[in-house]
Design a protein around this ligand. Structure first.
Ligand code: DSN
Length: 442
């Protein structure tokens, strides 16, 4: 014991006040702000417990029963449970790899499993609602592979099916990607699969945004239509910040090899434990209720935003997110986001179909209801948020008016506690610091 480092059992607060203060300030921000970024959520206290557990100490390169290190019997139990629960959560799924560190890693693994560098694929353009890891020029998916893009129709904002057909027929791709980060309507996976398969391509569905809705049965499932399915686990699914990748039985070996040893080394067993906990909780009836309330809130918020002068793209929403043109209110997406940030309502600026401004400015904003719904907010708060949004934009050059709205927002926010944010964490807190304006969601 004499040589044992005495610092090993001390708290963050004792050892590192700078980090402890930053965590406390972020805790306070989460308590006092209303979070409406469509990709964010508050995870369960139990998920955080698993993620902060001793499993972070363990190396487990390989897969259950086939590891490169000894001492893996208990982490094998964890990974097997995570796999079993993920497959149970998505009927029709055949194989899952629960090791990807993120959604972008899961997408790259699906690329590595199904294509060679230089191969062609078809995906939704980032500026039309797609994702950075679906072939953006700045991303490895766009640098090492060859994308052709489809988009949405400028008049109604819905998937341009003629454009999908044309892109697939012309590019003759290895894979077609369906999945988006700013598309407010139901994605017809069966139709995507029919187009891809008719042209000899495989379908990759990235369900990162909607995986909770799919698990709860309130959005159609990509199974059994897709050949590969990827997701994050922290958005609507409400688990830890991480990814997963599904394959058909005949793609199991390819996806497993792509994740490890292809792209990653040791799996994050503490995060895999947290995924297992989240999958178990998503199998419960309470989760279905939560997802239904998230959808109901999104519809209420969309209607209320429209009533307050926002132009809601596609006229509404079928899922957890709302895309709006804010130019009828006389502002850009950047200005609207800054005005809302100053009252403690957190959203992101977003390009809209037919966008004329740069991604750093935009004409639109994106709202989402998963996080606010987790806190227990309902239709009354959604209507209030829409009213505050319009008021803040109108008062954006009036600091006193913004401060008055900010006080109202904080009062309502505190009526809805953040899960797992206990009084002790908040008692420790340093003075509030307003966080920097959000950027366009990649
Ligand atoms: N950045 C996420 C989003 O906000 O949609 C997607 O990964």
């Amino acid at each position: 014991m004499a040589d044992r480092d005495p610092l090993m059992d001390r708290s963050i607060r004792e050892l590192d006040p700078a980090i402890a203060d930053a965590i406390a300030r972020e805790s306070r921000r989460q308590r006092d702000h209303i979070e409406l970024i469509a990709s964010e959520n508050y995870t369960y206290a139990a998920v955080r417990e698993a993620q902060g557990s001793v499993l972070t100490n363990k190396y487990a390169e390989g897969y259950p029963g086939k590891r490169y290190y000894a001492g893996c019997e208990f982490v094998d139990d964890v990974e097997n449970l995570a796999r079993e629960r993920a497959l149970q959560l998505y009927p029709g799924s055949e194989h899952v790899n629960v090791q990807p560190h993120s959604g972008a890693s899961a997408n790259l693994a699906a690329f590595a499993a199904s294509m060679q560098p230089g191969d062609r694929f078809v995906a939704m353009d980032l500026s039309q609602g797609g994702h950075l890891s679906h072939g953006a020029a700045v991303n490895v998916s766009g640098k090492w592979f060859s994308p052709t893009f489809y988009g949405v129709r400028p008049d109604d904002g819905l998937v341009d099916w003629d454009g999908v057909e044309r892109a697939v027929a012309t590019a003759k791709p290895k894979i077609v990607i369906a999945g988006a980060s700013a598309y407010p309507r139901t994605l017809d996976f069966e139709r995507f699969a029919a187009i891809a398969h008719a042209h000899g391509a495989q379908l990759l569905v990235d369900m990162a945004h909607i995986s909770g809705l799919v698990a709860a049965g309130v959005h159609p499932s990509p199974f059994p239509h897709a050949d590969w399915v990827t997701s994050t686990t922290h958005k609507t699914l409400r688990g830890p910040r991480a990814g997963i990748a599904f394959a058909r039985a005949d793609g199991a070996a390819a996806i497993d090899k792509a994740v490890f040893p292809g792209l990653q080394g040791g799996p994050l067993m503490h995060v895999i434990a947290a995924k297992a906990v989240a999958f178990g909780l998503a199998l419960r009836p309470e989760f279905r209720d939560y997802m239904q309330r998230t959808l109901d809130n999104a519809k209420t918020l969309a209607n209320a935003l429209a009533a307050n002068g926002f132009r809601v793209i596609t006229g509404g929403t079928d899922n957890h997110l709302i895309l709006c043109d804010v130019t009828p209110l006389g502002v850009t997406g950047k200005e609207a986001t800054a005005a809302l940030e100053s009252i403690g309502v957190t959203i992101n600026k977003n390009s809209i179909p037919g966008e004329t401004r740069s991604p750093m400015v935009t004409s639109g904003v994106r709202y989402g209801t998963p996080a606010a719904t987790t806190r227990g907010m309902g239709p009354r708060e959604m209507e209030q948020i829409a009213t505050w949004s319009a008021e803040a934009i109108a008062a954006r050059e009036n600091p006193a008016a913004l401060a008055a709205i900010e006080r109202e927002v904080a009062k309502v926010a505190r009526e809805f506690p953040v899960p797992g944010l206990d009084a002790r964490t908040l008692a420790d807190e340093a003075p509030s610091a307003r966080h920097a304006a959000t950027s366009d969601a990649p």
